[in-house]
Write a protein that binds this ligand. Structure first.
Ligand SMILES: [Zn+2]
Ligand SMILES: [Zn+2]
Ligand SMILES: [Zn+2]
Ligand SMILES: [Zn+2]
Length: 309
């Protein structure tokens, strides 16, 4: 029973450490601002490492090549492994093929704690350096992280900065590009009764030195088919908030007006649509605005973008 007993103890021990780690993390988050200031000047500091150092290599999981975070596992021969890959290896060490058991590598976890490493977006301009365990959290919100392609309707995996994405939308998605802050657009669809395969259109506007995506699409909102138009800002949310936009659609003396704040393209197209943050036109009304025999959708949407001072 000796091996079983010791395994038991190890599990217990690792739980304890894990909760220590949690509190340490909360603490470092709560004063992340001050940590941040202190560390960004300490680039050449004692513990600062670059991606080629040997400690950094030790923290790389041999299977997935990602940096390892607690719990870091090891086999009885000392080979380390991240917790995700441990599950995938069916309890076999990928290096020596011994049974992995349930052994934590606490020493390596402690070493990691003392490290400070640059943000992974350093090569695209992020100057920040972080304690090992706060780095991930920063990277999820780093303003230098690349944007996803804002094109809707297909799974496009292209990521990049704004100039890259603008060129990509133009060249690969053949999106219409407009210069100016006001617009007058016609959306025509010959069979408006098919909204199940959501139709969508995207136009890019360039004004105030920034780019905006105007989306127009048809979808089923609950049981009701609707059309929706909304604007997204090609940049981060804090900048998006400095802009306003309005959209108008109508005919025969009636009109709908929407005024809003563009959403950042950090928010997915789908998220914005599902939050209904835009001009929504019920299909009956849309057909009324289209005039004629109500068989064809012909909407004229006018709009304007302006900047708050
Ligand atoms: Zn791994
Ligand atoms: Zn091993
Ligand atoms: Zn960063
Ligand atoms: Zn794309």
């Amino acid at each position: 029973m000796a091996p079983g007993g010791s395994a038991c103890k190890e599990v217990l021990e690792s739980r304890q450490t894990f909760s220590d780690y949690d509190t340490a993390k909360v603490k470092s988050e709560s004063n992340s601002n001050s940590t941040h200031k202190k560390t960004s000047s300490g680039l050449g500091g004692k513990y600062g490492i670059n991606s080629k150092s040997s400690v950094h290599a030790l923290l790389e999981c041999p299977v997935c090549k990602n940096l390892m975070y607690p719990p870091i596992h090891q086999c009885p021969n000392g080979h380390t492994l991240c917790s995700k890959c441990k599950i995938g290896m069916h309890n076999r060490c990928p290096t020596c093929h011994y049974d992995l058991g349930n052994i934590r590598c606490l020493a390596l976890e402690k070493v990691a704690e003392s490290l400070e490493i640059p943000c992974r977006y350093q090569n695209v301009g992020c100057p920040d350096i972080f304690p090992y365990y706060s780095k991930l959290k920063h990277e999820q919100n780093c303003r230098f992280r690349p944007y996803n392609c804002p094109y809707a309707g297909s799974e496009c995996s292209v990521v990049g900065d704004i100039p890259t994405l603008v060129a990509h939308l133009k060249d690969d998605h053949r999106v219409d590009m407009h210069i100016g802050s006001s617009f007058n657009h016609r959306y025509v669809k010959s069979n408006p009764h098919e909204v199940e395969n959501a139709t969508w259109m995207l136009t890019v506007f360039h004004c105030f030195g920034r780019h905006f995506c105007l989306h127009f699409e048809a979808f089923q909102l609950g049981m009701a088919p609707v059309y929706m138009a909304f604007l997204r800002f090609m940049g981060d949310d804090n900048e998006a908030k400095k802009f306003n936009y309005s959209l108008e659609v109508g005919a025969n003396g009636r009109k709908l007006i929407w005024q809003g704040i563009p959403r950042s393209i950090r928010d997915s197209h789908r998220k914005v649509r599902d939050s209904q943050d835009g001009l929504i036109i019920q299909r009956n009304l849309a057909l009324y605005f289209s005039g004629g025999d109500r068989q064809e959708l012909k909407l004229r949407i006018t709009g304007r973008i302006w900047k708050e001072d």
